[in-house]
Design a protein around this ligand. Structure first.
Ligand SMILES: N[C@H](CCC[C@H](N)C(=O)O)C(=O)O
Length: 275
């Protein structure tokens, strides 16, 4: 089975062509291939498939390293656009795809970066989903001997974002693991830690559901920017500095979030794969 290894700011992917071939995978295989010592090694697996809808170009499926299937991956969407063009699956520069979350458009820019229309953010607790009595700008959660304050939303996948004075000293692993599996997030959650530099620049680290901390999280960058804008702390275009590099996020209330960033195509691989 052929695959491509790609990344967006170090958030790395094993990409499979499910358009030209039938791809048969299961969670146990995904976990094995995700292993960075015994397998290929990746944060997520992406599978591009034929569209379900005639006015779309492709459908795409996303699997975390733990084998869980999810509905949104911003860095992955950028890589998918470049993969589809490199493999000759399309010659378009504006590619319409669907995921479990809905429809997105991928715009391949002249400089090789890709802009993704990520969809309209959802803030209602039952849309995230997050167990809360009503929608708030920020929520408080008491756990052990600490009180955590965060904002929360969905972009087809759930995000909560905590403001910290310095992301360098943020307890990403501990607090990330605690929130990512907390009962008040019945489907889990991606946990962002944001440091505000000014009204158009933030620093961000993300503990991803189903993976752990990654070098970058596209939907997490969108969530941190949108939640900051919504709290009046950020302007409508924000540069998000992640450990792996920078993304540009643009949003206005009621509109789709737009994320722009780079893509790297690292290598083509082949896996001897018995079904
Ligand atoms: N871990 C995420 C999926 C991948 C998101 C991230 N890699 C991105 O670039 O958006 C989740 O379980 O919702």
């Amino acid at each position: 089975m052929n695959f491509a290894k790609m990344h967006g700011l170090g958030n790395d992917f094993m990409v499979l062509d499910g358009v030209t071939h039938n791809v048969y995978i299961n969670p146990e295989q995904i976990r094995g291939w995700a292993d960075r010592h015994r397998g290929v090694g990746f944060d997520q697996m992406l599978v591009i498939e034929p569209p379900y809808d005639p006015d779309l170009d492709f459908h795409y499926r996303i699997f975390n390293a733990d084998g869980s299937e999810v509905a949104q991956c911003g860095n992955g969407a950028r890589c998918l656009a470049i993969f589809a063009k490199r493999k000759g699956l399309t010659n378009k520069n504006h590619i319409k795809v669907s995921t479990k979350a809905g429809k997105m458009t991928l715009h391949v820019e002249r400089d090789g970066r890709v802009t993704v229309e990520m969809g309209v953010p959802q803030f209602a607790p039952d849309q995230i989903p997050f167990r809360a009595n009503k929608e708030e700008q920020t929520y408080l959660l008491r756990e052990n001997d600490q009180t955590l304050m965060f904002a929360a939303m969905s972009l087809g996948n759930p995000h909560c974002v905590l403001e910290v004075d310095s992301i360098a000293s943020a307890s990403v692993a501990e607090t990330g693991a605690l929130l990512a599996t907390h009962e008040r997030f019945p489907e889990g959650v991606n946990v962002g830690f944001v440091e505000y530099l000014d009204r158009s620049h933030i620093k961000l680290r993300v503990y991803e559901r189903g993976v752990g901390e990654t070098l970058a999280c596209g939907s997490g960058a969108c969530a941190a920017a949108v939640l900051g804008m919504r709290q009046g702390k950020l302007d409508e275009q924000v540069e998000v500095e992640l450990p792996g590099g920078k993304l540009t996020i643009r949003w206005q209330p009621g509109q789709t979030v737009r994320m722009t960033g780079p893509v790297e195509y690292v290598f083509d691989g082949y896996l001897k794969h018995e079904r």
